[in-house]
Design a binder for this molecule. Structure first.
Ligand code: GLU
Length: 483
């Protein structure tokens, strides 16, 4: 059967993470595409928590997912909807399907199924369920089923079409066809009454009016089942179907060329938050990992929404490139307001036990240092010296605080100590330094690095007058005292 494309209608997209771990970067990317596509079309974006894997789902993971989505700024219009709160609905659909001969109870025990697969392997066949409990149908009108065995709790299986093929025009990969002979009668309801992913996802996408499904391409092989179920449920309920468009995005590869995974470093969204990345930079970078708009590498979320119309999605996997992410982040860091950066740096410092409420000072420091930073962690590395004692490294002292410079440092200290001579601001400090250079016959490249090393432990910093102005006068005087 060929799946027609969705006509123009209110676009509704969703992201449907399973709460069995943190929000993975790949899921964040498909969430971004789903969100941007809905926003582009003035549609709605639904958040659904697929918690039917009861053994592995945790509340902690749900919270982590919600926190990640919120941090990224991908606001949902509906949800979160929890599948485990919809069991009654799934059961009703199962009963409808059974009544219409589109699903059936299967009493085969795990041992029987093992024996079945072993025999299939011995014959060199694909291991597919042999439909032993499928009731008589047009193809097997005389089939007789045994009596259901006593004490065996059945599963429910979907009666997948036996012949033909499923074809859909994938938004990412183009037309895909999978023959029904390749797939079997999937379990849709487990013995404990919990639905399986492929069934619940269809009931939900249908009930929630989802028009476009973006997800990872590990789900391509699930799609034929889902499309068949869309038709079956539509037929059973008499409502007909309006299939969604599917877009299967390629995996993200790690920088070693293998699939990005937990074992290959941080793959959770929150790990990047902690490492000092900005949400808009993460979204910018994630967007480009599977989609393009000409040669644009740096863009805002507003631009992405304006551009993201479902075209130009990449067919081949992209590689995670930490250096490029840092570059993208550096760009967005420079665009960010100093007040916002101050708040972020304050949080970073707090994780190190450096507590401050002086966000006005942090904002001034952010303005000075952000040009040289890729992350707010690097920015916090700079700002930390404003709040904790600095111990200049011996090697730096030896290299820069030389006997030739020491008289200049003493003269500078004297000038800076006198509030009547040196107002404590950038121009005041600049004037004091200039006067000392003339007085002591020194050059700026001699005096400035020595001052920097003594005050902040580094010989290379932004302009020294602006740097000193960030510190309290007595702190600078104390640092110069060592000479
Ligand atoms: N719960 C599935 C996952 O996390 C959702 C797949 C889908 O979007 O259909 O992979």
């Amino acid at each position: 059967m060929t799946v027609p494309s969705t006509p123009a209608s209110a676009v509704r997209t969703r992201i449907a993470p399973s709460p069995t771990g943190f929000l993975h970067l790949g899921t964040a990317r498909t969430a971004l595409y789903s969100w941007a596509y809905a926003r582009h079309h003035g549609g709605s974006f639904v958040l659904r928590i697929e918690d039917t894997d009861v053994a592995r789902s945790t509340q902690e993971s749900v919270e982590q997912i919600l926190e990640s989505m919120q941090w990224l700024g991908l606001a949902h219009d509906e949800g979160p909807i929890y599948q485990m709160q919809r069991l009654a609905r799934y059961h009703a659909v199962v009963e409808q399907l059974i009544a219409q001969g589109l699903a059936y109870r299967c009493y085969a025990t795990p041992e029987e199924l093992d024996a079945m697969r072993e025999a299939q392997r011995a014959r060199g066949e694909k291991t597919l369920y042999d439909r032993r409990w499928r009731p008589a149908d047009a193809e097997h009108p005389h089939k007789r089923l045994p009596e259901p065995p006593a004490g065996v709790q059945p599963v429910v299986r979907f009666a997948n079409p036996v012949d033909g093929a499923v074809t859909w025009d994938d938004l990412v990969k183009g037309p895909i066809t999978i023959r029904n002979a390749e797939i079997d009668d999937l379990i849709i309801l487990r013995t404990d009454g919990v639905p399986t992913y492929n069934f619940a996802v269809v009931v939900d996408d249908m009930d929630m009016g989802i028009t476009h499904v973006f997800r990872g391409d590990e789900h391509i092989n699930n799609t034929p089942w889902q499309i068949n179920m869309w038709h079956a449920i539509g037929a059973a309920s008499g409502t007909g179907v309006q299939l969604p468009r599917f877009g299967h995005c390629p995996v993200i590869l790690g920088d070693d060329g293998a699939k990005l995974s937990k074992r290959r470093g941080a793959v959770s969204v929150t790990a990047y938050k902690d490492a000092g990345y900005l949400p808009e930079a993460m979204l910018n970078y994630l967007a480009r990992l599977g989609w393009s708009h000409g040669d644009d590498e740096l863009f805002s979320l507003e631009q992405m929404v304006a551009w993201f119309d479902g075209s130009h999605l990449a067919r081949s996997p992209a590689q995670w490139d930490p250096a490029k992410l840092a570059w993208v982040n550096a760009h967005h860091l420079k665009q960010a307001s100093d007040e916002r950066l101050a708040g972020l740096v304050r949080e970073q410092l707090a994780t190190r036990g450096v507590l401050t409420d002086d966000t006005a000072l942090l904002a001034r420091a952010a303005a000075l240092f952000k040009e040289r930073c890729s992350t707010t962690v690097e920015l916090a590395d700079w700002c930390e010296m404003l709040f904790v004692p600095v111990a200049p490294p011996e090697a730096e002292l030896a290299a820069h605080v030389t006997d030739a410079v020491k008289p200049g440092l003493r003269a500078l200290r004297e000038r800076l100590a006198d509030a009547a001579v040196t107002p404590w601001d950038k121009p005041g400090i600049a004037a004091a330094m200039k006067a000392v250079l003339a007085e002591c016959g020194l050059k700026m490249p001699q005096l400035a690095p020595a001052v920097r090393v003594l005050v902040c432990g580094r010989s290379q910093t932004p302009s020294v007058d602006a740097l000193l102005a960030l510190f309290a006068r007595d702190k600078v005087l104390a640092a110069l005292q060592h000479v």
